[in-house]
Write a protein that binds this ligand. Structure first.
Ligand SMILES: [Mg+2]
Length: 343
């Protein structure tokens, strides 16, 4: 079956309450939905680079998608097309993720299987999820990990925040504290001392992305696990983090690392070195989040992952289905399991 139609559809969805990190305030998310069609079978994917995380801009992403669309139109949809895409889009990871997702959506629909099963016959059927703390937050039953964005206030205010949240949660619930690179080494060392009695799953990106050796120094001086997010963009940065002894956990964003194949390589490298792999969204719409769910199940991720973020948006059209008791299930619908509905 040949690719006979390709559409790149821009979208913009607003947060109910602007999302604040220590670096920026985000009011909305925007990006592109890719729709590929082959003999009446549609495949969808999402490309949504984000300033502060992605190596490419939204403009670069769009021009790469348009250029690749012209190149691949009329080509047979098969596993070889995935390799062509990966080669053409190796410099534009978000576009690569979108095209890979859309092709895998068509291929798994042709095979009448769910995408995760098409990728790996030994796929898991669900992934555990965490929740991001936000205004009006209510812990859903079964969720055992809550993520807090800190670092935009003073350290003592942040510690108070952690203390208050801890008191409001069940004692078994673990916290992931995401600093988005706001601290220096001294603040981070002091923070780790003050946080040592709390139930911390990990401290994420305490220092800025390029301070790998200082992060390694911090890691030697605390028992709290340290996670790399902004510092991790691809397999080379993953290897650098390992060589420097700078991380216990990889927070992998396939929208940044370039989709399924690149993410798989990072997960395998992590496993070889006893590093935990967590998959998170970059606040994509439901098309991107559904792709993350299939990816995480296919690659048998056992950590709680961060893509239960649909409820943060005003108009995300639909939430990922099959969500229960702190788990998200891939379900049984062939392909991605969801279609993009144009507004
Ligand atoms: Mg983060």
């Amino acid at each position: 079956m040949k690719l006979n139609d390709i559409k790149v559809i821009p979208y913009k969805i607003f947060f109910k309450t602007p999302l604040q990190t220590s670096q920026r305030i985000y009011k909305y998310r925007s990006g592109f939905i890719v729709k590929l069609s082959a003999n009446g079978i549609n495949g969808f994917g999402e490309a949504a680079p984000l300033t502060g995380f992605s190596t490419e801009s939204e403009k670069e992403c769009l021009s790469a998608l348009i250029s690749v669309a012209k190149t691949i139109k009329g080509i047979d949809v098969d596993a070889k097309l995935l390799d062509i895409i990966r080669d053409l889009l190796k410099e534009i990871p978000s576009a690569c993720f979108a095209m890979e997702t859309a092709i895998l959506d068509i291929l798994s629909k042709m095979n009448k299987t769910v995408m995760a099963f098409y990728i790996n016959k030994s796929t898991c059927s669900f992934v555990k999820v965490n929740m991001l703390y936000h205004k009006g937050f209510e812990l859903q039953s079964g969720v055992e990990v809550v993520k807090l964005k800190i670092g935009s206030n003073t350290l003592l205010e942040d510690i108070d925040f952690v203390k208050n949240i801890t008191m409001s949660l069940r004692p078994t619930v673990k916290l992931r504290l995401d600093v988005n690179g706001a601290w220096n080494l001294n603040t981070a060392l002091e923070a780790c001392d003050l946080l040592s009695s709390y139930n911390i799953d990990y401290l994420e990106q305490p220092l800025s992305r390029d301070k790998i050796h200082q992060i390694s120094e911090l890691r030697k001086n605390t028992t709290i696990p340290i996670a790399a997010d902004e510092s991790l963009t691809d397999i080379i940065s993953a290897q650098n983090l390992i060589d420097a002894g700078a991380t216990d956990v990889f927070v992998i964003k396939p929208m940044v690392s370039g989709g399924f194949k690149n993410t798989k390589e990072i997960i395998e490298l992590a496993a070889d070195h006893g590093i935990r792999s967590v998959i998170t969204s970059m606040m994509e719409s439901y098309i991107g989040r559904m792709a993350l769910l299939h990816l995480s199940c296919a690659y048998q991720i056992t950590e709680a992952c961060g893509f239960m973020t649909g409820s943060l948006f005003d108009d995300d059209q639909q939430n990922i289905p099959f969500q229960e008791n702190g788990r998200m299930y891939i379900g049984e619908i062939p392909g991605l399991g969801i279609e993009y509905r144009e507004a």
